[in-house]
Design a protein around this ligand. Structure first.
Ligand code: ADP
Length: 291
């Protein structure tokens, strides 16, 4: 069974601006149908305003579709009785680490969600210890979250989510406010949880590089998924991506420039290793030609 399934999902924001009596509307998602299998690492890319956050909020019932249906772990997100179960199955990490801190001590912050679920105290401390260890944050157990770096705060937020034993974690631009080290820390943690615990990861990002190691990539534009495939399939279409005024990973961009300059380099290069092998094949060093 898919961990997430959407069928013909559309979403329209309704809002009032100025003193109009009728609400204005903005359609942010258009007829989305897709399935995500358990254990997948999915990256969702797209411009600002393309609908990524709106989609993310549908995946743990923070929003429910105006039309169509979203199922999380088989449960319909429009069913009010299932909302708590859905939020336990699909935890969410948001962009701003500071907005996610709820307690003045790290261990209390991690245990907060469990307390709300009514988990017995002994079990809470056990899980808090395990998850802090899992996220490499045990040494900060008694610290104030305010003293941590952005990357560490996000790892505490992830610990709070995994303490609830979710099947899926949705990261909505969770690396956007971090420095390069913090981004790397959080991305590494996401991959480890995916690989070692089999947790499905849905990573929403505008950093193309972060999608390179995903199993699957969705590219969104104007509320639609306009491309869907493996990173190699997606970034092989560098020309189309650039036409959408989006970037491709730096290595892919360099490979494209070398190709345009006349070197015989294949499309969809994602890593520096692939690029150096392709360059060596296209233009072997003089010594190798002679062999
Ligand atoms: P992204 O996450 O890709 O930046 P969003 O999902 O935030 O995109 O936004 C999709 C569209 O919906 C945009 O046009 C945005 O302006 C609009 N939108 C987002 N939130 C609201 C809101 N609360 N009220 C009205 N329109 C909104």
């Amino acid at each position: 069974m898919s961990i997430i399934r959407t069928e013909n999902v559309s979403y329209e924001y309704r809002f009032y601006s100025g003193d109009e009596s009728e609400p204005q509307t903005k359609k942010a998602l258009h007829d989305l149908s897709f399935e995500i299998e358990p254990g997948q690492f999915l990256a969702i890319l797209g411009h600002n305003g393309s609908g990524k956050s709106t989609l993310a909020r549908h995946l743990n019932a923070l929003l429910v579709p105006t039309e169509g249906t979203v199922w999380v772990d088989g449960k319909d997100t429009s069913d009010d009785y299932e909302v708590l179960n859905i939020r336990q199955s699909a935890g969410m990490i948001f962009q701003n680490p500071d907005n996610q801190i709820v307690a003045s001590v790290v261990e209390e912050d991690v245990g907060f969600g469990l307390e709300n679920l009514g988990v017995p105290t002994e079990e809470i401390w056990k899980r808090v210890g395990e998850t802090l260890e899992r996220m490499g944050m045990s040494a900060y157990r008694d610290s104030s979250p305010n003293r941590l770096s952005g990357g560490q705060k996000q790892r505490v937020a992830i610990a709070g989510v995994i303490a609830m034993k979710p099947k899926c974690i949705i990261m909505d631009e969770a690396t956007a406010m971090l420095d390069p080290n913090g981004r790397a820390e959080v991305l590494r943690a996401a991959h480890e949880l995916n690989r070692e615990e089999g947790i499905t990861i849905i990573l929403i990002t505008h950093y193309m590089e972060e999608a390179v190691d995903a199993d699957m990539v969705f590219l969104m534009d104007k509320g639609e998924i306009i491309m869907q495939g493996t990173p190699k399939e997606i970034f092989s279409r560098a020309g189309e991506i650039r036409e959408l005024k989006l970037d491709v990973p730096a290595v892919t961009r360099l490979a494209c420039e070398l190709k345009e300059a006349g070197l015989d380099i294949p499309d969809g290069i994602l890593t520096s290793e692939e690029l150096s092998a392709a360059i060596e094949k296209a233009a072997p060093p003089a010594g190798k030609n002679a062999e």
